[in-house]
Design a protein around this ligand. Structure first.
Ligand code: CO
Length: 210
C-alpha cells in the first residue's frame, strides 16, 4: 500500500461530498471556469487561497510563489496574469502576503540560504529602499511585519506596471489590483488599502499611452 493512499481516500471523500451537495458541480466546472479573482500569494502551506476566502473550485484563479513576488521577467507569473486578465477577464487581482512569512524572514536575515537568496533579493531591495522607515521601529517581528506589508504594496505596483494591466485599463476594462495581508495567528485578512484601478494612479514613466 502506497504511503499516499490516504490522499486518494481523502480525494474520493471530497469529490463525493461536493457531488452530493450539487450533482452537476463537476460537470459545470468541466465545461468552463469563470473566476472573478486572481490571487497572487505565498506558497506557504498555511495560506491556501480558496479556504481562506471560502471559495469553491472555479471561483478563484491562483498563482503562488515564495513570498508572493511579481518580477517583470517572471514569465510564469506574467503568463498567469495575462491569461487571467485577457481571457478569463477577472475583475480583481489580489496580492496576498502573510505575517510570519519564511521568505520575508530569510530575506531580512543575513544568513546564507543558497539559491533562494537570489529570488529573495527582490525583498532585500525593498528592505534597503525603506531601511530608514524599517529601522525606526522597535523589535525584529514588528520590522518584519512592516517589510511584509511593504512587499505586498510593491508587488501591487509591479502588477500595475505590467503591459498586461496597462493595456487592459487603456481598453477600458474594469480591473482593480489590491494588496492584502493574512495573519497566521487568527486567520484574518487585512486590506492594506493600496488598491489601484486606473492608470492615473501610477507614475507617468510606466504608462502605456495608446
Ligand atoms: Co510566506
Amino acid at each position: 500500500m502506497s504511503k499516499l493512499d490516504g490522499l486518494f481516500e481523502k480525494n474520493r471523500e471530497w469529490a463525493k461530498r461536493l457531488h452530493s451537495s450539487d450533482p452537476n458541480f463537476f460537470q459545470k466546472l468541466a465545461d468552463q471556469q469563470n473566476p472573478e479573482y486572481l490571487w497572487i500569494g505565498c506558497s506557504d502551506s498555511r495560506v491556501p487561497a480558496n479556504q481562506i476566502v471560502g471559495l469553491l473550485p472555479g471561483e478563484i484563479f491562483v498563482h503562488r510563489n515564495v513570498a508572493n513576488i511579481v518580477v517583470h521577467t517572471d514569465f510564469n507569473c506574467l503568463a498567469v496574469l495575462q491569461y487571467a486578465v485577457e481571457i478569463l477577464r477577472v475583475k480583481h487581482v489580489i496580492v496576498v502576503g502573510h505575517y510570519g512569512c519564511g521568505g520575508i524572514r530569510a530575506a531580512y536575515e543575513d544568513t546564507d540560504h543558497g539559491l533562494i537568496d537570489n529570488w529573495l533579493r527582490n525583498i532585500k531591495d525593498i528592505q534597503y529602499r525603506h531601511r530608514a522607515r524599517i529601522e525606526a521601529i522597535d523589535g525584529e517581528e514588528a520590522r518584519m511585519d512592516l517589510l511584509c506589508e511593504l512587499n505586498v504594496m510593491t508587488q501591487v505596483s509591479h502588477v500595475c506596471h505590467t503591459t498586461i494591466v496597462q493595456n487592459a485599463w487603456a481598453c477600458g476594462q474594469e480591473l482593480a489590483v489590491h494588496g492584502w495581508v493574512y495573519s497566521l495567528q487568527d486567520g484574518l485578512l487585512k486590506d492594506l488599502e493600496c488598491t489601484m484601478d486606473q492608470a492615473g494612479q501610477i507614475p507617468d514613466a510606466y504608462r502605456v499611452i495608446c
